[in-house]
Design a protein around this ligand. Structure first.
Ligand code: AHR
Length: 306
C-alpha cells in the first residue's frame, strides 16, 4: 500500500466495488438501528460488501472488531467509536496496515489520533452546538431561571462530553440556572428512568430535565409520571436525536424541545469514501446539519423523523 505524501494517510484505489467494514458500538436503541440500516441499505444499493460488527456496548470488543476487519483486509473502515480514548490506538493500527479509517457520528481524542493525519475525517453532528442549543432554549423559555437535572450519555463518549460542554457554556452565563445533578444514563431508556427516579427523590424541586438523547428523555418521562409529576407542565423535558417516538412526545406536549442528530449516515459516508479514492481533498470534519423540533413544527415534521 502507499501513503499520500501530503497527509500520510493510506491511499484508496478507485474501484467499482469495495469491501468495507462498519464497526458499530451497540444496537440497543432506535438511533443505532437506524444508523446501521442506513449503512447496510446504501452498501446494498452500491453492490459493496459490508463487514458489519456490533460491539454490544463494549469498547474492548469494538477494538477487537476493528482488528478483525484489519485481518480480513477490508478496503476501508467506518468506525463509530464508543468512547474517545480506547478506540484511538486501533485507528493507528489500521493506518499502519494501509487501511483508511472514516469516523462516523462519534469522534476520538485528538491528542491520540488526528483527523486528516491518522484517519480521513469525522462525519457527524456538532455535539457542542447541540448542547448549546438546548441551553439557549431553556434560558429563553425560563427567563434564565431553572432547576435542572442533566442525564448524560455514555461516559467518555464524544457526544456525552461535547453535549455537556456546549450546555455548560450557556448555563454559566445565567446565575439563576442551576444544575441540581448531572449523572450518566448511558444513552439508554431504562438507565435514564432509574437514574431519574433516584435523582427526583433527592431533588424534588427540579423543573427542567436535559437528557443527552431521546431514549433517556423517554425513560425520565416514565419516572416523572410514576412520581405524579406532569412532564411538559411541572417539568420541561428536552433531548437530542429526534426519533419518531420523541417527536410524537413533542406533539403530545410531554417533550418541550428536541435538537436533531440524524443517524442516516450511509449516503454521505460512502460518497465521502468515493471522493477520497478519487483524490479529492476531504475536510477533517464534515458536519451534518441538525434540525429542531418544538410545539410549533413537530406535527408537521413527524413523518420526516427517523
Ligand atoms: O453518538 C450519537 C448518540 O449515540 C445518539 O445521540 C444516541 O442516541 C446514540 O446512542
Amino acid at each position: 500500500f502507499t501513503l499520500a505524501a501530503d497527509t500520510g494517510l493510506p491511499k484508496l484505489a478507485v474501484k467499482a466495488k469495495y469491501k468495507i467494514g462498519f464497526a458499530q458500538t451497540e444496537s440497543n436503541n432506535p438511533w443505532r438501528i437506524a444508523q446501521t440500516k442506513s449503512m447496510q441499505d446504501e452498501a446494498k444499493k452500491l453492490g459493496w460488501q459490508l463487514v458489519y460488527t456490533d460491539a454490544a456496548g463494549s469498547a474492548a470488543k469494538q477494538v477487537a472488531d476493528v482488528r478483525s476487519m484489519i485481518a480480513q483486509k477490508v478496503d476501508a473502515i467506518f468506525l463509530a467509536p464508543r468512547e474517545e480514548k480506547p478506540l484511538a490506538p486501533v485507528i493507528l493500527e489500521a493506518k499502519k496496515a494501509g487501511i483508511p479509517v472514516f469516523l462516523i457520528d462519534r469522534n476520538v481524542d485528538q491528542s491520540l489520533a488526528k483527523a486528516g493525519t491518522d484517519y480521513v475525517t469525522f462525519i457527524g453532528s456538532n455535539f457542542i452546538e447541540e448542547g448549546k442549543r438546548v441551553g439557549e432554549w431553556i434560558a429563553k423559555k425560563t427567563n434564565g431561571k431553572a432547576n435542572i437535572i442533566e442525564l448524560e450519555g455514555t461516559t467518555g463518549s464524544s457526544p456525552a462530553n461535547d453535549r455537556k460542554t456546549g450546555f455548560d457554556n450557556v448555563i454559566k452565563k445565567y446565575p439563576g440556572m442551576k444544575i441540581l445533578a448531572s449523572q450518566t444514563g448511558d444513552f439508554a431508556r431504562d438507565k435514564g428512568r432509574q437514574v431519574m427516579e433516584t435523582l427526583l427523590q433527592a431533588h424534588p424541586e427540579v423543573n427542567v430535565v436535559y437528557a443527552h438523547n431521546d431514549e433517556m428523555a423517554i425513560g425520565a418521562i416514565a419516572a416523572l409520571e410514576a412520581a405524579g409529576k406532569k412532564p411538559g407542565k411541572d417539568v420541561l423535558v428536552l433531548s437530542i436525536d429526534g426519533g419518531k417516538e420523541a417527536v410524537q412526545l413533542v406533539v403530545d406536549g410531554k417533550i418541550a424541545y428536541v435538537v436533531e442528530c440524524n443517524p442516516k449516515f450511509g449516503p454521505k459516508a460512502y460518497s465521502t469514501l468515493k471522493d477520497y479514492a478519487a483524490g479529492k481533498k476531504i475536510p477533517a470534519k464534515i458536519i451534518n446539519p441538525d434540525r429542531e423540533f418544538h410545539a410549533g413544527n413537530a406535527k408537521q415534521l413527524l413523518n420526516t423523523a427517523y
